[in-house]
Design a protein around this ligand. Structure first.
Ligand code: NAD
Ligand code: UGA
Length: 439
């Protein structure tokens, strides 16, 4: 089996490496020559636990290779994945220009029957557009080859992408021919151990499934954040409420952790895109509009708490920010809540000392020299008026609080992810603020 994966970002590289890991011959293609050149020299463009190991192993055993030249690598392929970005356009809808460009390139260069699969997150109806691009490109060169278009949305999470891909909860495939179904069944067979299902459906339903899944998860997060904020007002503890509701199997314990809002490259853009699709069809998605609004407010919650504690006088105060990436386990800074917080602090005239174990390099592209780049969490806390826990990396979970107390200016902690034991911290002389726990 030979697969081409076009777009070698988070999804494309993980997909390519994991398919190669189980025996498929894979070529990952990208327009970014520097990225491809680096990969050929063993340098990965992203931080993702476990990825370097399988990329290196499969590159060395010859099952995984990298190219910028689709025309050269497409002959002999059984399946081609489109895994390029679908960023939000100005009106919130998914920008399909990269997907459609790739479809055109496939139509221009394919030499034999191919299953063309959209792995990027795309709105319902995109497969029809992809089909149109391929057909037009073939007509333009006077070719008439057989092919199928399919949809296979990806559900991996950053920070756990390799495990998610190798051991998926399910694989969703939208197909409209038996031939495409057979190719996808064969490709994914190695991932279906222990009863993991592959779910076939029509293409429109597969495209919608991806948005509905992300929208549901985002809804859970905004719901618990809204409840957390109410807990503070009524004197309840959201941690207890979370356990109390999560133990009901119908609700479940996952994705109901309150915090400072969801970030990342997907929830924000996919919620926006689905709202936009609703509008296009005259069907306002009121729940999702509220999910987005709650999330935008939640990204500012820590700043409001800080401002209140210091009576609005933040000018020349120093804050230690622990964690920058939108979640632990990744260097991805897209839509990270840290950026909203830091911008507000800087605007209020505060000084910010930041530390992230992995994302500093990425974060520097946005934050530049507006903040001080600390070498570790203690260096960040040096002389700080307060410590702000933003991303719950493991190494922030059990700091040496005795040492912290000696080096900070005032022992105040704002815990944006509810990972600290407030009672312990308060016993040890800290003032501690969390999300959803009344002071
Ligand atoms: P990314 O930005 O990390 O990578 C996209 C890659 O595509 C880039 O390397 C870019 O150079 C390349 N590219 C653009 N145009 C190209 C072309 N014409 N030919 C070849 N390569 C081209 O994006 P990502 O985070 O991997 O997301 C890709 C898609 O997958 C999006 O639709 C996203 O919503 C979806 N998705 C992402 C995740 C995630 O965790 N990041 C998870 C599930 C689904
Ligand atoms: C999310 C989905 O979980 C994946 O299934 C999906 O494939 C992906 O989007 C995508 O389409 O790109 P990801 O954004 O990588 O994955 O990471 P998540 O673990 O979902 O976290 C997203 C954000 O939600 C983070 O900022 C995280 O801190 C926040 N979050 C998550 C909470 O605030 N509370 C929770 O209980 C869970």
């Amino acid at each position: 089996m030979k697969a081409i994966v076009i777009g070698t970002g988070y999804v494309g590289l993980v997909t390519g490496a994991c398919l190669a890991e189980v025996g498929t011959q894979v070529v990952c293609v990208d327009v970014n020559a520097e990225k491809i050149n680096n990969l050929q020299n063993g340098i990965l463009p992203i931080y993702e636990p476990g990825l370097e190991e399988i990329v290196t192993r499969n590159y060395n055993n010859g099952r995984l290779s990298f190219s910028t030249n689709l025309a050269e690598v497409i002959p002999g392929a059984d399946i081609a994945f489109i895994a390029v970005g679908t960023p939000p356009g100005e009106d919130g809808s998914a920008d399909l220009q990269y997907v459609l460009q790739v479809a055109k390139e496939i139509g221009t260069h394919m030499t034999d029957y191919l299953v063309v699969v959209t792995k990027s997150t795309v709105p319902v109806g995109t497969a029809v557009k992809v089909n149109r691009e391929i057909k037009q490109a073939m007509l333009d060169r006077g070719a008439l080859l057989d092919y199928d278009v399919a949809s296979n949305p990806e559900f991996l999470k950053e920070g756990a992408a390799v495990q998610d891909f190798l051991k998926p909860d399910r694989i969703v495939c939208g197909v409209n021919t038996d031939r495409a179904k057979e190719v996808l069944e064969r490709l994914y067979h190695p991932f279906l151990l222990n009863g993991r299902p592959i779910i076939f459906m029509d293409i429109a339903s597969a495209e919608m499934t991806k948005y509905a899944a992300n929208a549901m998860l985002a809804t859970k997060i905004s719901f618990i954040n809204d409840i957390a904020n109410l807990c503070e007002l009524v004197g309840a503890d959201v941690n207890k409420v979370r356990k109390g509701i999560g133990s009901d199997a119908r609700i479940g314990n996952s994705f109901i952790y309150p915090g400072i809002g969801y970030g990342g490259s997907c929830f924000p853009k996919d919620v926006k895109a689905l709202v936009r699709t609703g509008m296009e069809y005259g069907h306002g998605l009121r729940i999702l509009e509220a999910v987005e609004a709650v999330n935008n407010d939640q990204k500012k919650v820590l700043f409001h708490k800080i401002s209140k504690h210091f009576d609005g006088m933040l000018k020349d105060k120093t804050f230690a920010v622990w964690g920058l990436s939108f979640k632990p386990g990744t260097d991805d800074m897209r839509e990270a809540s840290s950026l909203v917080l830091i911008e507000a602090l800087l605007e209020a005239g505060a000084k910010v000392r930041v530390f992230d174990p992995v994302a500093a390099h990425e974060a520097k592209k946005t934050l530049g020299e507006s903040v001080t780049w600390a070498t570790d969490l203690y260096d960040a806390a040096e002389g700080a008026d307060a410590v702000l826990l933003v991303t719950e990396w493991n190494e922030f979970r059990l700091p040496d609080w005795t040492r912290i107390k000696q080096i900070v200016k005032t022992p105040v902690v704002f815990d944006g992810r509810n990972i600290y034991d407030n009672t312990y911290l308060e016993k040890n002389g800290f003032i501690c603020y969390s999300i959803g726990i009344s002071q």
